[in-house]
Write a protein that binds this ligand. Structure first.
Ligand SMILES: Cc1cc2nc3c(=O)[nH]c(=O)nc-3n(C[C@H](O)[C@H](O)[C@H](O)COP(=O)(O)O)c2cc1C
Ligand SMILES: O=C(O)C(=O)c1ccccc1
Length: 389
């Protein structure tokens, strides 16, 4: 990984000098976002970029990250650098993963298949959503032996959930992420304005229509009666009755490590730890669920303090640059998840563009590490950042 950032810069300059006047893809998150907006329909843009209520939580994620400032250290010989880390005994070449994002075909016809293949080619782990456009097995096939996790929405039907978990085990997924903040969708004005709900068009239910336990609930096959399949999906997806007791029971249904995603309160994180979960993902779902919520970066230090040094804490919501990754690591995260940024790339150019975006994140993180005086992500600590007054 040493010199990764420098090599990436040189490749880009050489390409420009050799007459291919422009680098093919946007560089920088604002450029990716602008290009994605141009590439997407109003409905797709509303789905990706929308958030709950006034979108205040989504903006607070950014405001809070911007208030954290990096204090760089100089003159520490950073010529050899290592971005890798180990989490729950699993080796990661970089301290970030691709977040679970549902119904990616809205953004690009290749959907999750393209994102997963890009993640595999880039040696970045991919977390597949329950409500993906392609099935657990199809995505596994697109990824070969590359690292993948499966995200589970705790629905009303235990047989279907158990079946998903055993399919994920069979198909080589190496951890399960249970998302607990979205037993119902938040109030999202952008989606309500465009009257957009992907399921009504039969999208995002590939894991259900391919599942024997789900199909056993239907009178006719999803091919013969697609509307009935959608209805059954909607019936079992929404599950506000789900509790800590149910979560503890679900823990017993798989031998894979299980992380709980969607916690922002230290007491909830401590509870997940004491129930024997393998880690948490501190997340407010990119501000899509509760408006007026706390920023995830703001709650990280207290959460780290509550669970001690070694309990795996991942974080997402608002990560837009390598500097944001650095800040999250400094304040207690072991790794972060990228959400909307990779969807922008997917919209702009499918698999190739996602690969390019990931290359850019890695290169920038490598340079960020060096320029702030670190050889390894393991030495980044809370003293390397301060809160702007
Ligand atoms: C369009 C979209 C769909 C999402 N779908 C899921 C999902 O299916 N499962 C899940 O656990 N989280 C889902 N999330 C939340 C992401 O995993 C992640 O928490 C969020 O995108 C982080 O915020 P950020 O993108 O602003 O950084 C979704 C987010 C977006 C933007
Ligand atoms: O939109 C989301 O944030 C999300 O998590 C989701 C949930 C169900 C279906 C599609 C997306």
């Amino acid at each position: 990984m040493s010199q990764y950032g420098l090599e990436a810069q040189m490749r880009m300059y050489m390409q420009a000098l050799s007459g291919q006047s422009n680098w093919a893809w946007p560089v920088g998150i604002d450029q990716w976002r602008a290009a994605a907006r141009r590439a997407m329909s109003r409905e797709a843009w509303g789905y990706v970029e929308g958030a709950a209520g006034t979108e205040d939580t989504m903006h607070e994620n950014r405001r809070a990250l911007e208030r954290i400032r990096i204090r760089s250290r100089m003159l520490r010989d950073v010529s050899d650098r290592d971005l890798s880390t180990t989490l729950m005994g699993q080796h990661f070449s970089v301290p970030f993963l691709l977040a679970p994002i549902g119904v990616q075909e809205i953004v690009h016809p290749d959907g999750d298949m393209a994102s997963a293949a890009a993640a595999a080619a880039s040696n970045v782990p991919f977390v597949l959503s329950t409500v993906s456009s392609f099935s657990i097995e199809q995505v596994a096939q697109a990824m070969g032996s590359a690292r993948r996790w499966f995200q589970l929405y705790p629905g009303r039907d235990p047989e279907v959930m158990k079946s998903f978990l055993s399919r994920a085990e069979q198909a080589g997924y190496s951890a399960v992420v249970v998302t607990v903040d979205t037993t119902m969708l938040g109030w999202r004005p952008k989606d309500l304005e465009t009257l957009y709900l992907p399921f009504l068009f039969g999208r995002g239910i590939a894991n259900y229509t391919s599942d024997p336990a789900f199909r056993a609930r239907l009178q006719e096959s999803p091919g013969q009666d697609p509307a009935a399949a959608v209805q059954e999906f909607l019936r079992i997806y929404v599950n506000p009755a789900f509790t800590w007791g149910d979560l503890a029971e679900l823990r017993q249904w798989t031998r894979l490590p299980v992380l709980v995603k969607g916690l922002t309160h230290p007491a909830d994180v401590s509870r997940a730890q004491s129930l024997g979960f393998d880690g948490v993902i501190v997340s407010n779902h990119g501000g899509r669920q509760v408006d007026g919520g706390v920023a995830t970066i703001a709650v990280l230090p207290a959460i780290r303090q509550a669970v001690g040094d070694t309990f795996p804490i991942l974080m997402d919501s608002g990560i837009r640059s390598a500097q944001d990754v650095f800040k999250a690591l400094a304040l207690g995260a072991d790794a972060v998840l990228l959400g909307r940024p990779y969807l922008y790339a997917l919209a702009v150019g499918g698999q190739e563009a996602v690969e390019d975006l990931l290359m850019q994140f890695k290169a920038e993180l490598d340079l960020q590490l060096a320029l702030s005086g670190h050889r390894s992500i393991s030495t980044i600590e809370s003293n390397d950042v301060m809160v702007r007054s």
